[in-house]
Design a protein around this ligand. Structure first.
Ligand SMILES: Cc1cc2nc3c(=O)[nH]c(=O)nc-3n(C[C@H](O)[C@H](O)[C@H](O)COP(=O)(O)OP(=O)(O)OC[C@H]3O[C@@H](n4cnc5c(N)ncnc54)[C@H](O)[C@@H]3O)c2cc1C
Length: 500
């Protein structure tokens, strides 16, 4: 009877039951040995019919009903269908049917990732989690919040705040990114330096495997060492090993509004030294440490003049520093004193401390709102890479020099969440030519490889960085990734062709 529990036998049994039973998705009952022969593959037409019957009208979209929202990079052709389930049971049912049909699936959250990880071809089906947008509960004693994978980050943040808690995840895409997508990409953001990445805020989760099996690992404790911590199979694995359907989030004590300052640094070695010093002097209160290089600052002044910096131009580095303590009045005194000391020691060359919300927003706008003007530089590509903090300055100088040498007149802008080693680069070499893109990629990622950094700090690998994964990971690491993929999704149905 053993083979009755393998995938083929399971499918044979399930699809011998017919559409009605499939729709009901009764738990699998071991089939007799005679039924364990290879099942006939469900045809695409049969699959689509069964999926349509299984989901409601809003849950099954084809043809013109598939709008641009599901089509990143606006491909000319559309996927076979977009499925929009509302429950884990529906996701499981979809995967059981797709498994029977050997049908590839591309999971989609808010589509805010920028590495072509959610693009589907004409033979694939998109599985959007957007309707799984329920906040199930918030438990004050446990300091947890349980949410559907499709809950948008901003809604989760607001819900936590309304109940007197902090969800310490925040980033520019807060209005689009979903908790499921953030889990699958292990997203970071502005507060990583203090609270860590999404992994640190996920206590438990539920995921559906490629064959429809539901793994309910809704752990609510910080400590749980009972066997493997399986949630990590689904965090940062870009939907290749399973579809995240629900997440238990860890909440923290709310913080009063942080105290924000813009400071200028004059020397390359000054940035890591400033980070170290602030971490020590602010005793755990440093929440953000965002760097903007002079090239980015000059760009903002020229191309987005409505965003006004409180500091003068000409410094090599500008850093947004945010500190959050328990008592805004005494926090202000402390931060002001620390910044004054560091100015005296010449670690900080100039500074401006926001006195109210308007000034705070104006400082953050320099970092968050200039992106709309990147197009004014001509064709451009964005990169997000990771490096040990101490290597950032030499890295930036090298990459900028190499791109400018190859393409005189190229614009190179650098900024990032340096507190956690994450640098963003905008490269505008003045050409859309794929050969130019390849050359710039090679320069950006080549220097990362030489310094032992990561070709992806955020967003993941997707299609965009697939060719460069081996520049950050050893052959043995990549082989183990393939082994995991093969054992959990042997038919290669989940986001095939991406990442690995
Ligand atoms: C303006 C802007 C700022 C950004 N800032 C940051 C930042 O500071 N830090 C950062 O880390 N990222 C950042 N990003 C990138 C992006 O927002 C994150 O990668 C985010 O986590 C993606 O979430 P999403 O719901 O949009 O996922 P999508 O883009 O839809 O999907 C991302 C990946 O996850 C998979 N996936 C999605 N949902 C699921 C699911 N439920 N189960 C399994 N797989 C799934 C997809 O197949 C894909 O591989 C930014 C993006 C933009 C546009």
């Amino acid at each position: 009877m053993e083979q009755a529990t393998n995938g083929a036998a399971l499918l044979s049994r399930r699809f011998a039951l017919g559409a009605a039973a499939t729709t009901a998705l009764a738990p699998f009952v071991a089939a007799p040995a005679a039924a364990a022969e290879a099942p006939p593959k469900l045809t695409t037409d049969e699959l689509l019919k069964q999926l349509q019957a299984f989901l409601d009208d809003k849950g099954f979209l084809t043809g013109d009903a598939i709008t641009g929202r599901y089509l990143p990079r606006r491909p000319k052709e559309k996927p076979l269908a977009v499925l929009r389930p509302t429950t884990t049971a529906q996701v499981s049912g979809i995967m059981k049917l797709c498994h029977a049909a050997r049908q590839p699936i591309v999971p989609q959250g808010g589509n805010s990732g920028l590495v072509s990880a959610t693009i589907a071809n004409t033979a694939e089906i998109i599985l959007s989690l957007e309707r799984m947008d329920q906040i199930e509960d918030l438990n004050a004693d446990n300091r947890t919040m349980t949410v559907g994978a499709g809950v948008v980050l901003m809604n989760a943040q607001t819900h936590a705040a309304e109940h007197g808690f902090l969800l310490p995840l925040d980033m520019g895409s807060r209005g689009e990114a979903t908790i499921g997508g953030m889990t699958s990409t292990n997203a970071g953001g502005y507060q990583v330096v203090r609270y860590g990445m999404t992994r640190e805020s996920v206590l438990g989760l539920e995921a559906v495997l490629a064959d429809g099996t539901v793994i309910t690992a809704m752990n609510r404790m910080i400590k749980n060492n009972a066997g493997f911590d399986l949630k990590h199979l689904f965090i940062g694995t870009e939907g290749l090993l399973g579809i995240v359907t629900r997440v238990v989030l860890r909440l923290r004590a709310p913080q009063p509004d942080g105290l924000t300052a813009l400071v200028a640094v004059e020397h390359n070695e000054g940035v890591p030294m400033l980070l170290r010093t602030l971490e020590r002097k602010l005793a755990g209160q440093l929440t953000c440490f965002e760097i903007m290089w002079a090239n980015y600052d000059n760009f903002v002044r020229k191309y987005a003049p409505h965003l006004v910096s409180p500091l003068k131009a000409g410094f090599p580095y500008y850093v947004i520093v945010e500190a959050t303590g328990n008592d805004p009045a005494s926090d202000r005194v402390r931060v002001t004193k620390v910044i004054a000391e560091l100015r005296k020691e010449k670690l900080i060359a100039a500074s401006s401390i926001a006195q109210d919300k308007e000034q705070r927003d104006a400082i953050w706008a320099l970092r968050e709102q200039a992106g709309a003007a990147f197009v004014d530089l001509g064709p451009f590509w964005g990169y997000d890479i990771s490096l040990p903090v101490g290597d950032m300055a030499p890295y930036g100088l090298r990459v900028k020099a190499e791109v400018e040498a190859a393409y005189p007149g190229a614009h190179m802008l650098l900024m990032g969440h340096v507190g956690d080693g994450n640098l963003h680069i905008v490269a505008a070499p003045g050409s859309r030519d794929p050969a130019v893109k390849k050359k710039v990629d090679d320069i950006v990622y080549g220097a990362v490889r030489d310094l032992g950094g990561s070709v992806s700090a955020e967003h993941g690998i997707g299609l965009e960085k697939k060719a460069y994964l081996a520049w950050s990971r050893s052959p043995e690491e990549i082989a183990l990734m393939h082994t995991l993929k093969q054992s959990m999704d042997p038919l290669n149905l989940l986001n095939p062709g991406k990442t690995l």
